[in-house]
Design a protein around this ligand. Structure first.
Ligand code: PAF
Length: 283
């Protein structure tokens, strides 16, 4: 059975207030729709722990710095509700835009530091848009726990810091990236890849994993990054925006894998910008 779709905050509040008064643990999975197996794994993780699960679907205009990207973002609410049906979620919150950004809305949540690198400079305003909407969704859903994919690892850390700094009592849980058999990280953007673009994109994970293995073997990062950049170009990526080795907790840049780290790549395949990251075990 598909979960009820709620579009008004007042209707959501009526439910969450009842659940909270029963002492039930509420989990939320914030999404922008176009659900794939990665999102569904978050719903499953939430359901395994929480008494009640809300999946939110809101294509947040404030986090798109490219209007074309916003216009082309897939909107598939009906399919999304059907995909969620087997997971037993309790509500799907698809707020009207005015429920999130009422007339005169003039507040922005900005997390500094963690947002200065990688996606931050390439997508001006993106993390402010994410932090603002996620703060609203945490407060609107009154969730005890929120589930995010490690695919957007920088976003995961930003959202966790935001909740901590603002004393929002929602625990932010990171869940492993779900991958295609080729290793390609599942993403709503993959739907926009042509068959050739998909073939190119599928080569990225193996290149990243080779690099990660050599880091774990103790090699320094800089020459390996140059090699991986060349490998990505040879694989067909038209532009490699960054390859970074960062501390898994602080995102501080690392010269080698001297502590638990993540390897991050942003690159374009077939006209689509793709990001990914993988854990790197310390050498
Ligand atoms: O990762 C996403 O889909 C979005 O950035 C999020 C967290 C739902 C906020 O709009």
């Amino acid at each position: 059975m598909t979960a009820p779709i709620l579009r008004r905050l007042a209707d959501l509040r009526a439910l969450t207030t009842k659940w909270r008064s029963n002492g039930e643990v509420i989990g939320v999975v914030p999404t922008m729709g176009a659900l794939h197996q990665g999102h569904l794994s978050l719903a499953a993780a939430a359901k395994a722990y929480c008494d009640r699960v809300i999946v939110t679907i809101f294509v947040n205009p404030k986090q798109f710095n490219n209007p074309e990207d916003l216009a082309n973002y897939p909107r598939t609410e009906h399919d999304d509700a059907e995909k969620l049906a087997p997971y037993g979620v309790d509500a799907i919150y698809v707020p009207e835009p005015g429920e999130i950004y009422p007339d005169g809305f003039s507040t922005t949540v900005m997390v500094t530091g963690l947002t200065d690198t990688m996606e931050g400079p390439f997508r001006p305003g993106h993390f402010e848009g994410v932090a603002t909407v996620v703060a609203k969704l945490f407060l609107q859903t009154q969730a005890d726990r929120a589930y995010f994919g490690e695919k957007d690892y920088q976003q995961l850390l930003v959202v966790r810091r935001m909740a901590r700094d603002l004393d929002i009592p929602t625990e932010v849980i990171g869940c492993p990236t779900v991958r295609e058999p080729s290793g390609l990280a599942m993403s709503s953007r993959n739907q926009r890849l042509s068959p050739t673009g998909l073939e190119i994109a599928a080569r990225k994970h193996a290149i990243m994993q080779r690099l990660a293995d050599r880091l774990t073997a103790g090699e320094p990062f800089a020459p390996l990054a140059d090699g991986a950049r060349a490998d990505l170009t040879e694989a067909g990526f038209s532009e490699v925006e960054y390859i970074e080795l960062r501390c898994a907790d602080t995102l501080q840049a690392l010269p080698g894998a001297d502590r638990p780290a993540r390897l991050f790549v942003a690159a374009w395949a077939g006209g689509i910008r793709l990001i990914d990251n993988i854990p790197v075990e310390p050498a």
